[in-house]
Write a new protein. Structure first.
Length: 323
């Protein structure tokens, strides 16, 4: 911990033992997932080709951005189940703005603003402490799913022009632009967690919220800021995914909430908060992408892939609960 409040939040006697147990659980799961990757590479030489690896990075880029925002929430002891629905709303806001104005720049601003606003509203609701973040964001998720259908009329909003040219078709040195966006998002979150007051406060609140409050940290304002920051990341992911698909879809964010949580937890950030790393989250995102791609190459159906994702999430949580 870099904050005195964060340090005080953890009893000295149990910190090292708990950390060791969490690490053992995390590495056990990572080893199992890596074994799946190795087996696939042996069975299909195309798996580790440069083109396939770039394709995996391209496919997980939006997820990586969403998971980066989710990381700081879990570190602070929070959670946001509405990120998938918020991504859909942000993407639709982008597509509708481009359709009515013809401006990709205005579309990007609309999408990012929509995501940030949704995150800030979630933060205001969570900071009241009238219910758990799980229940509150479950409610906003359901509400936003309805909003997405109303915005789109239940149909895709097609045609994003320059946005598709950049994020759907563009690349630099053979690396697609969405991959650069994911790397930038991870880097920004790393800097926030490592070097800013907001990052230190997130660790302190996740370690012991009451101790953080008593030490003078404005917990309510920090929670709003954290959720708004996560919403900004979701908005960026929505813009990028809209460009990749060349359309806004009311269901484009479906499943992102579970996959983002899975990536963060696999990366070693516990659901109880207090510690974590966005670099670990990146590892979780890449492993999920590798596993998904390996199942595609092995001809595993989409429904079975969902079952595997559920098992991965369950295993990650149970292994951490041993702490």
């Amino acid at each position: 911990m870099t904050s005195s409040a964060a340090t005080a939040a953890q009893p000295a006697g149990r910190k090292s033992g708990a950390s060791r147990k969490v690490d053992i659980g995390r590495y056990t799961l990572l080893i199992v997932l890596l074994l799946i990757v190795v087996i696939t590479a042996i069975g299909n030489p195309r798996f580790l080709s440069v083109n396939n690896l770039l394709n995996i990075l391209f496919q997980v880029s939006a997820l990586g951005i969403v998971a980066a925002g989710q990381t700081i929430l879990l570190i602070a002891g929070g959670l946001d189940l509405s990120v998938g629905a918020a991504l859909s709303v942000a993407g639709l806001a982008t597509a509708l703005t481009i359709m009515h104005t013809g401006s990709a720049v205005l579309g990007i601003l609309a999408g990012v603003a929509a995501g940030t606003l949704i995150g800030a509203i979630n933060g205001m609701l969570v900071s009241t402490n009238r219910a758990t973040p799980f229940i509150i964001t479950l409610g906003t998720m359901t509400f936003l799913q309805g909003v997405a259908i109303l915005m789109s009329g239940g149909s895709p909003i097609n045609g994003t022009g320059a946005l598709f040219d950049v994020f759907g078709l563009g690349d630099f040195l053979r690396v697609p632009w969405p991959v650069y966006a994911m790397i930038l998002a991870i880097a920004v979150m790393f800097l926030i967690l490592r070097f800013t007051t907001l990052g230190r406060y997130a660790f302190a609140i996740g370690g012991n919220e009451e101790a953080a409050r008593l030490s003078g940290i404005p917990v309510r304002r920090i929670k709003i800021a954290l959720y708004a920051l996560s919403g900004l990341f979701v908005g960026v992911a929505g813009v990028i995914l809209t460009g990749v698909l060349d359309s806004g879809l009311p269901s484009m964010g479906t499943g992102y909430e579970l996959r983002a949580i899975a990536a963060v937890v696999i990366g070693g950030t516990p659901l109880i908060g207090g510690r974590g790393s966005v670099i670990g989250t990146l590892g979780g995102v890449l492993l999920l992408g590798l596993v998904s791609n390996s199942m595609n190459l092995l001809g595993v159906g989409a429904n079975f892939q969902s079952a595997v994702l559920g098992l991965i999430i369950t295993a990650a949580v149970l292994l951490q609960k041993k702490a």
